[in-house]
Design a protein around this ligand. Sequence first.
Ligand code: C2E
Ligand code: MG
Ligand code: MG
Ligand code: MG
Length: 286
Amino acid sequence: TVKNGVHANYAFYNESIRDKLLEEKAIVSQMQEALNDKEFVVYYQPKVGLSSGAIACAEALVRWKKADGRVIAPDKFIPIFEKNRLISALDQYVFETVCRFLRRRLDQGQPVLPISVNISRLQFFREDFVATYAGIKDRYRIPDGLLELEFTESIAFDNLAFLADIVNQLKRQGFFCSIDDFGKGYSSLSLLKSLPIDTLKIDRLFFLDSDDKEKDAILVESIVGLVRKLNIRTVAEGIESQEQVAFLKSINCDLVQGYVFFRPMPEQEYEAAIEREREREPLIQV
Ligand code: C2E
Ligand code: MG
Ligand code: MG
Ligand code: MG
Protein backbone atom coordinates (compact mmCIF):
# COMPACT_ATOMS: atom_id res chain seq x y z
CA THR A 1 0.00 0.00 0.00
CA VAL A 2 0.88 3.63 -0.29
CA LYS A 3 1.11 3.82 3.43
CA ASN A 4 3.68 1.04 3.50
CA GLY A 5 5.58 2.72 0.71
CA VAL A 6 5.78 5.90 2.72
CA HIS A 7 6.95 3.96 5.72
CA ALA A 8 9.55 2.15 3.69
CA ASN A 9 10.91 5.43 2.40
CA TYR A 10 10.87 6.85 5.84
CA ALA A 11 12.87 3.94 7.18
CA PHE A 12 15.37 4.30 4.36
CA TYR A 13 15.66 8.01 5.02
CA ASN A 14 16.19 7.37 8.68
CA GLU A 15 18.87 4.86 7.97
CA SER A 16 20.89 7.18 5.77
CA ILE A 17 20.62 9.94 8.34
CA ARG A 18 21.73 7.47 10.97
CA ASP A 19 24.72 6.46 8.87
CA LYS A 20 25.64 10.06 8.45
CA LEU A 21 25.39 10.71 12.16
CA LEU A 22 27.49 7.65 12.92
CA GLU A 23 30.10 8.81 10.45
CA GLU A 24 30.14 12.26 12.00
CA LYS A 25 30.36 10.79 15.45
CA ALA A 26 33.38 8.79 14.32
CA ILE A 27 35.00 11.92 12.92
CA VAL A 28 34.34 13.79 16.14
CA SER A 29 35.93 11.14 18.33
CA GLN A 30 38.85 10.88 15.92
CA MET A 31 39.18 14.63 16.18
CA GLN A 32 39.40 14.55 19.92
CA GLU A 33 42.16 11.97 19.68
CA ALA A 34 43.83 13.95 16.92
CA LEU A 35 43.96 17.05 19.10
CA ASN A 36 45.63 14.99 21.82
CA ASP A 37 48.04 13.43 19.37
CA LYS A 38 48.84 16.76 17.71
CA GLU A 39 47.71 15.60 14.29
CA PHE A 40 46.57 19.08 13.37
CA VAL A 41 49.28 21.14 11.74
CA VAL A 42 49.32 24.77 10.80
CA TYR A 43 50.35 25.81 7.31
CA TYR A 44 51.16 29.37 6.32
CA GLN A 45 50.29 31.13 3.09
CA PRO A 46 52.13 34.41 2.52
CA LYS A 47 50.32 37.53 1.32
CA VAL A 48 52.34 39.75 -1.01
CA GLY A 49 52.20 43.56 -0.90
CA LEU A 50 51.40 44.92 -4.35
CA SER A 51 53.49 48.04 -3.96
CA SER A 52 56.52 46.41 -2.32
CA GLY A 53 56.47 43.10 -4.20
CA ALA A 54 57.49 41.44 -0.94
CA ILE A 55 55.81 39.15 1.59
CA ALA A 56 53.89 41.42 3.96
CA CYS A 57 52.14 38.91 6.19
CA ALA A 58 50.64 35.41 6.12
CA GLU A 59 47.50 33.46 6.89
CA ALA A 60 47.48 30.38 9.12
CA LEU A 61 45.52 27.49 7.59
CA VAL A 62 44.92 24.27 9.46
CA ARG A 63 45.55 20.79 8.02
CA TRP A 64 44.72 17.39 9.50
CA LYS A 65 47.69 15.12 9.08
CA LYS A 66 46.48 11.59 9.81
CA ALA A 67 48.79 9.02 11.30
CA ASP A 68 48.80 7.19 7.95
CA GLY A 69 50.25 10.27 6.27
CA ARG A 70 47.08 11.51 4.57
CA VAL A 71 46.58 15.27 4.69
CA ILE A 72 42.96 16.37 4.95
CA ALA A 73 41.85 19.85 3.88
CA PRO A 74 39.78 21.98 6.28
CA ASP A 75 36.70 22.07 4.05
CA LYS A 76 36.30 18.36 4.82
CA PHE A 77 36.21 18.61 8.60
CA ILE A 78 35.50 22.19 9.67
CA PRO A 79 31.77 22.08 8.83
CA ILE A 80 31.43 18.94 10.98
CA PHE A 81 33.40 20.44 13.83
CA GLU A 82 31.21 23.52 13.66
CA LYS A 83 28.10 21.43 14.05
CA ASN A 84 29.58 19.72 17.06
CA ARG A 85 30.97 22.83 18.69
CA LEU A 86 34.45 21.31 18.63
CA ILE A 87 35.54 24.11 16.39
CA SER A 88 36.40 26.36 19.34
CA ALA A 89 39.00 23.87 20.56
CA LEU A 90 40.50 23.60 17.10
CA ASP A 91 40.54 27.34 16.45
CA GLN A 92 42.17 27.92 19.79
CA TYR A 93 44.78 25.24 19.11
CA VAL A 94 45.66 26.89 15.78
CA PHE A 95 45.79 30.32 17.41
CA GLU A 96 48.08 29.11 20.18
CA THR A 97 50.34 27.35 17.67
CA VAL A 98 50.70 30.64 15.81
CA CYS A 99 51.48 32.54 19.03
CA ARG A 100 54.15 29.97 19.94
CA PHE A 101 55.67 30.31 16.47
CA LEU A 102 55.77 34.12 16.66
CA ARG A 103 57.27 33.96 20.17
CA ARG A 104 60.05 31.67 18.98
CA ARG A 105 60.95 34.01 16.11
CA LEU A 106 60.86 37.01 18.42
CA ASP A 107 63.12 35.21 20.90
CA GLN A 108 65.52 34.27 18.12
CA GLY A 109 65.64 37.85 16.89
CA GLN A 110 64.37 36.89 13.46
CA PRO A 111 62.16 39.09 11.28
CA VAL A 112 58.53 38.70 12.33
CA LEU A 113 55.60 39.39 10.02
CA PRO A 114 51.95 39.58 11.08
CA ILE A 115 49.86 36.42 10.84
CA SER A 116 46.11 36.13 10.46
CA VAL A 117 44.11 33.33 12.00
CA ASN A 118 40.63 32.16 11.01
CA ILE A 119 37.86 32.26 13.58
CA SER A 120 34.65 30.31 13.27
CA ARG A 121 31.49 32.35 13.63
CA LEU A 122 30.56 30.22 16.64
CA GLN A 123 33.31 31.88 18.65
CA PHE A 124 31.32 35.06 18.75
CA PHE A 125 28.72 33.40 20.88
CA ARG A 126 31.22 32.33 23.51
CA GLU A 127 31.16 34.74 26.37
CA ASP A 128 34.86 34.22 27.10
CA PHE A 129 36.04 34.51 23.49
CA VAL A 130 37.81 37.89 23.64
CA ALA A 131 39.27 37.23 27.09
CA THR A 132 40.55 33.80 26.04
CA TYR A 133 42.29 35.05 22.91
CA ALA A 134 43.68 38.14 24.62
CA GLY A 135 44.90 35.88 27.44
CA ILE A 136 46.82 33.62 25.07
CA LYS A 137 48.26 36.62 23.21
CA ASP A 138 49.49 38.04 26.52
CA ARG A 139 50.81 34.70 27.75
CA TYR A 140 53.07 34.51 24.70
CA ARG A 141 53.81 38.25 24.95
CA ILE A 142 52.87 38.93 21.35
CA PRO A 143 53.13 42.65 20.58
CA ASP A 144 50.02 44.43 19.29
CA GLY A 145 49.61 44.43 15.55
CA LEU A 146 51.17 41.02 14.86
CA LEU A 147 47.91 39.08 15.04
CA GLU A 148 44.88 39.48 12.85
CA LEU A 149 41.61 37.57 13.21
CA GLU A 150 39.68 36.68 10.06
CA PHE A 151 35.99 36.01 10.26
CA THR A 152 33.59 35.33 7.45
CA GLU A 153 30.81 37.66 6.58
CA SER A 154 28.22 34.97 7.05
CA ILE A 155 28.41 35.44 10.79
CA ALA A 156 25.09 36.35 12.38
CA PHE A 157 25.13 39.69 10.71
CA ASP A 158 21.60 40.40 11.66
CA ASN A 159 23.02 41.71 14.89
CA LEU A 160 25.68 44.13 13.77
CA ALA A 161 25.77 46.08 17.02
CA PHE A 162 26.65 42.91 18.92
CA LEU A 163 29.39 42.07 16.44
CA ALA A 164 30.74 45.63 16.39
CA ASP A 165 31.11 45.46 20.15
CA ILE A 166 33.24 42.31 19.90
CA VAL A 167 35.38 43.74 17.10
CA ASN A 168 35.96 46.85 19.21
CA GLN A 169 36.99 44.75 22.18
CA LEU A 170 39.42 42.77 20.01
CA LYS A 171 40.95 45.95 18.67
CA ARG A 172 41.42 47.28 22.17
CA GLN A 173 43.35 44.06 22.88
CA GLY A 174 45.71 44.81 19.98
CA PHE A 175 44.23 42.52 17.33
CA PHE A 176 43.64 43.52 13.74
CA CYS A 177 40.31 42.34 12.40
CA SER A 178 39.43 41.22 8.93
CA ILE A 179 36.33 40.13 7.02
CA ASP A 180 37.02 37.03 4.95
CA ASP A 181 35.33 35.88 1.73
CA PHE A 182 33.69 39.25 1.12
CA GLY A 183 31.12 39.18 -1.64
CA LYS A 184 30.42 35.47 -1.44
CA GLY A 185 27.44 35.22 0.85
CA TYR A 186 25.29 37.78 2.50
CA SER A 187 27.62 40.71 1.98
CA SER A 188 26.13 43.95 2.92
CA LEU A 189 27.60 47.40 2.78
CA SER A 190 26.32 48.02 6.27
CA LEU A 191 29.12 45.72 7.44
CA LEU A 192 31.60 48.32 6.27
CA LYS A 193 29.67 51.02 8.05
CA SER A 194 29.18 49.24 11.36
CA LEU A 195 32.32 47.19 11.88
CA PRO A 196 35.65 48.88 12.61
CA ILE A 197 37.62 46.34 10.59
CA ASP A 198 41.16 46.83 9.30
CA THR A 199 41.13 44.51 6.31
CA LEU A 200 38.66 43.22 3.74
CA LYS A 201 39.42 40.04 1.84
CA ILE A 202 37.69 39.89 -1.53
CA ASP A 203 36.49 36.39 -2.24
CA ARG A 204 38.14 34.15 -4.80
CA LEU A 205 34.79 33.99 -6.59
CA PHE A 206 35.57 37.29 -8.34
CA PHE A 207 38.82 35.94 -9.76
CA LEU A 208 37.62 32.71 -11.30
CA ASP A 209 37.86 32.20 -15.00
CA SER A 210 34.31 32.84 -16.18
CA ASP A 211 32.17 34.48 -18.83
CA ASP A 212 31.59 37.33 -16.41
CA LYS A 213 35.22 38.39 -16.31
CA GLU A 214 34.45 41.97 -17.31
CA LYS A 215 31.75 42.29 -14.70
CA ASP A 216 34.08 40.79 -12.10
CA ALA A 217 36.73 43.38 -12.94
CA ILE A 218 34.25 46.24 -12.58
CA LEU A 219 33.02 44.89 -9.25
CA VAL A 220 36.53 44.35 -7.88
CA GLU A 221 37.69 47.79 -8.95
CA SER A 222 34.64 49.36 -7.33
CA ILE A 223 34.99 47.42 -4.09
CA VAL A 224 38.69 48.28 -3.81
CA GLY A 225 38.02 51.97 -4.49
CA LEU A 226 35.20 52.14 -2.01
CA VAL A 227 37.00 50.27 0.73
CA ARG A 228 40.21 52.29 0.38
CA LYS A 229 38.26 55.47 1.00
CA LEU A 230 37.13 53.95 4.29
CA ASN A 231 40.78 53.33 5.22
CA ILE A 232 40.36 49.58 5.09
CA ARG A 233 43.08 47.45 3.49
CA THR A 234 42.12 45.13 0.67
CA VAL A 235 43.36 41.60 0.05
CA ALA A 236 42.54 39.71 -3.15
CA GLU A 237 42.17 35.98 -2.46
CA GLY A 238 42.82 33.06 -4.78
CA ILE A 239 44.95 34.88 -7.32
CA GLU A 240 46.50 32.49 -9.79
CA SER A 241 47.78 34.59 -12.72
CA GLN A 242 50.22 37.43 -13.31
CA GLU A 243 47.57 39.11 -15.42
CA GLN A 244 45.35 39.35 -12.34
CA VAL A 245 48.29 40.66 -10.31
CA ALA A 246 48.88 43.45 -12.85
CA PHE A 247 45.20 44.37 -12.81
CA LEU A 248 45.05 44.43 -9.00
CA LYS A 249 48.15 46.58 -8.86
CA SER A 250 46.66 49.01 -11.39
CA ILE A 251 43.58 49.52 -9.20
CA ASN A 252 45.64 49.94 -6.00
CA CYS A 253 44.61 46.80 -4.18
CA ASP A 254 46.93 46.37 -1.18
CA LEU A 255 47.72 42.66 -0.95
CA VAL A 256 47.54 39.49 -3.01
CA GLN A 257 47.17 35.95 -1.68
CA GLY A 258 47.21 33.08 -4.13
CA TYR A 259 48.96 30.26 -5.87
CA VAL A 260 50.53 32.73 -8.32
CA PHE A 261 53.07 33.47 -5.58
CA PHE A 262 52.73 30.90 -2.80
CA ARG A 263 50.66 27.93 -1.76
CA PRO A 264 50.01 27.27 1.92
CA MET A 265 53.17 25.62 3.30
CA PRO A 266 54.55 24.08 6.49
CA GLU A 267 56.16 26.35 9.06
CA GLN A 268 59.76 25.62 8.08
CA GLU A 269 59.11 26.33 4.43
CA TYR A 270 57.41 29.58 5.35
CA GLU A 271 60.45 30.58 7.37
CA ALA A 272 62.67 29.76 4.41
CA ALA A 273 60.47 31.91 2.17
CA ILE A 274 60.89 34.88 4.52
CA GLU A 275 64.62 34.23 4.58
CA ARG A 276 64.82 34.26 0.77
CA GLU A 277 63.20 37.71 0.65
CA ARG A 278 66.51 39.28 1.56
CA GLU A 279 68.29 37.92 -1.46
CA ARG A 280 65.78 38.08 -4.22
CA GLU A 281 64.18 40.67 -6.46
CA PRO A 282 60.64 41.86 -5.64
CA LEU A 283 57.99 39.32 -6.70
CA ILE A 284 56.30 42.05 -8.69
CA GLN A 285 58.36 44.24 -10.97
CA VAL A 286 57.61 47.86 -10.16
P1 C2E B 1 39.88 30.93 3.72
O1 C2E B 1 40.13 31.46 5.08
O2 C2E B 1 39.14 31.81 2.78
O3 C2E B 1 41.33 30.56 3.16
C1 C2E B 1 41.69 30.64 1.83
C2 C2E B 1 41.59 29.31 1.14
O4 C2E B 1 41.89 29.48 -0.25
C3 C2E B 1 42.59 28.27 1.63
O5 C2E B 1 42.00 26.99 1.51
C4 C2E B 1 43.74 28.41 0.64
O6 C2E B 1 44.54 27.27 0.55
C5 C2E B 1 42.95 28.63 -0.63
N1 C2E B 1 43.73 29.32 -1.66
C6 C2E B 1 44.69 30.25 -1.52
N2 C2E B 1 45.15 30.69 -2.69
C7 C2E B 1 44.47 30.00 -3.64
C8 C2E B 1 44.52 30.00 -5.07
O7 C2E B 1 45.26 30.73 -5.73
N3 C2E B 1 43.66 29.15 -5.72
C9 C2E B 1 42.81 28.33 -5.05
N4 C2E B 1 42.03 27.54 -5.75
N5 C2E B 1 42.75 28.32 -3.68
C10 C2E B 1 43.57 29.14 -3.00
P2 C2E B 1 42.10 25.92 2.68
O8 C2E B 1 43.44 26.00 3.33
O9 C2E B 1 41.65 24.62 2.11
O10 C2E B 1 41.04 26.44 3.71
C11 C2E B 1 39.68 26.49 3.41
C12 C2E B 1 38.90 27.23 4.45
O11 C2E B 1 38.90 26.53 5.69
C13 C2E B 1 39.48 28.59 4.78
O12 C2E B 1 39.09 29.53 3.80
C14 C2E B 1 38.84 28.85 6.13
O13 C2E B 1 37.52 29.34 5.99
C15 C2E B 1 38.79 27.47 6.73
N6 C2E B 1 39.90 27.32 7.70
C16 C2E B 1 41.20 27.01 7.51
N7 C2E B 1 41.88 26.97 8.68
C17 C2E B 1 40.98 27.26 9.66
C18 C2E B 1 41.04 27.37 11.10
O14 C2E B 1 42.09 27.23 11.76
N8 C2E B 1 39.87 27.68 11.75
C19 C2E B 1 38.68 27.88 11.07
N9 C2E B 1 37.59 28.18 11.79
N10 C2E B 1 38.61 27.80 9.74
C20 C2E B 1 39.72 27.49 9.04
MG1 MG C 1 40.76 33.16 5.87
MG1 MG D 1 46.99 43.67 25.83
MG1 MG E 1 38.65 33.46 2.18
